[in-house]
Design a protein around this ligand. Structure first.
Ligand SMILES: [Fe+2]
Length: 348
């Protein structure tokens, strides 16, 4: 197999057929024979892209993912709407969020007790415009951050806050609310919700009108379980209200469309208005410092800048499979137009 990189960050390592066979079976056999080398390179580079192989069904994607890491699982307490894909045991749609909605860089489920170890993405339908899933080395992000900001996060940790509305309340104008609590826990029974929270060690509080607040107190960084490197590992750049306008500013600078200008302007205005009359802990999603004090907006501006400086953006090609080391490397999504079907699975 041919191994290469297309950027100075060497992210991801790209593996392609070397002239001869490109069948799934040949790839699986090669992966089996080169398991130790692949594992070493996976942790070194943070992600591997398998491109040009005949991986043309979600089940084939599941088989390749299983060959990288056979501990696939299917529990999900995240924020994106997702659906399981038929004929598979572990494959989901990556996100049902509309195409204009950006997904900032994040390691998957940083705030839960056992975040995924590896995460896999598969391009079933190539986007016609945009829709890349950029990657970023979060070891480098940690290293490049302003030491004063980094130390404050290290010292205080982070409190991840999510406020979910009562299933009976419909507010189509709240763009910040991604799910209701019954969609997270797959039940309308409050006792069952509480049981699942206790099992997952999620702190919960029932609020006015049967809304639900979930909080997680965690360190802002982790030591990589294999390499021991320090990694930026929290959701502040996704959940902090000040991140969204900065994210869209960078997106508009890249895509330069009338639509991105519209969303950039609208999101900046909405975040400003909402922050005037909503306390940080009451925002639909937020990340505070672990002592419950707010993270300054200027910190988020800095973190977004460091992330965008280190981010790599590769256009999807049909049948691409990307294996990502979730404890070193983040992923996200740029806005897109038209069809796009990216599938996901993950291991524990
Ligand atoms: Fe994700």
């Amino acid at each position: 197999m041919k191994q290469s990189f297309v950027n100075a960050q060497q992210l991801p390592l790209i593996i392609e057929p070397n002239g001869s066979g490109n069948s799934k079976q040949e790839l699986l056999q090669w992966m089996q024979s080169n398991k130790a080398e692949l594992e070493k390179k996976f942790f070194q580079h943070g992600a591997i892209l398998f491109r040009g192989f005949d991986i043309d069904t979600p089940k084939a994607f599941e088989d390749v993912s299983m060959q990288v890491d056979n501990r696939l699982r299917n529990d999900y307490y995240g924020t994106s709407p997702r659906n399981i894909v038929k004929d598979t045991n572990f494959v989901y749609t990556a996100s049902e969020l509309p195409g204009y909605y950006p997904i900032p860089q994040h390691c998957e489920m940083t705030y839960v007790k056992h975040p995924p170890i590896s995460i896999f993405f598969y391009c079933h339908v190539e986007p016609s415009y945009g829709g890349e899933s950029p990657l970023c080395n979060f070891r480098k992000v940690y290293a490049d951050m302003n030491p004063k900001i980094r130390d404050e996060f290290d010292k205080k940790g982070v409190l991840t806050v999510r406020n979910y509305s009562n299933p009976a309340i419909n507010n189509p104008f709240n763009l910040f609310q991604l799910k209701k609590w019954n969609e997270i826990f797959h039940t309308n029974d409050k006792a069952e919700v509480e049981k699942q929270c206790r099992e997952q060690e999620i702190d919960f509080k029932w609020m006015k009108d049967d809304n639900l607040r979930l909080t997680h107190l965690t360190p802002a960084t982790i030591k990589h379980p294999v390499t021991g490197e320090t990694v930026w590992f929290n959701h502040s750049q996704v959940f902090h209200p000040a991140s969204a306008p900065v994210e869209y500013k960078f997106i508009h600078a890249r895509q330069q469309r009338t639509k991105t200008f519209f969303w950039k302007t609208l999101i900046a205005a909405m975040v400003k208005i909402k922050s005037l009359h909503t306390k940080p802990i009451d925002q639909s999603m937020n990340v505070l410092f672990g002592d419950n004090t707010p993270v300054p907006d200027s910190y988020m501006q800095h973190i977004e800048e460091v992330i965008w400086k280190n981010m790599v953006i590769l256009p999807w090609k049909k049948n691409d499979v990307i294996a990502v080391d979730n404890f070193s490397t983040s992923h996200g999504r740029l806005p897109y137009e038209g069809e796009r079907e990216i599938l996901v699975c993950w291991s524990a």
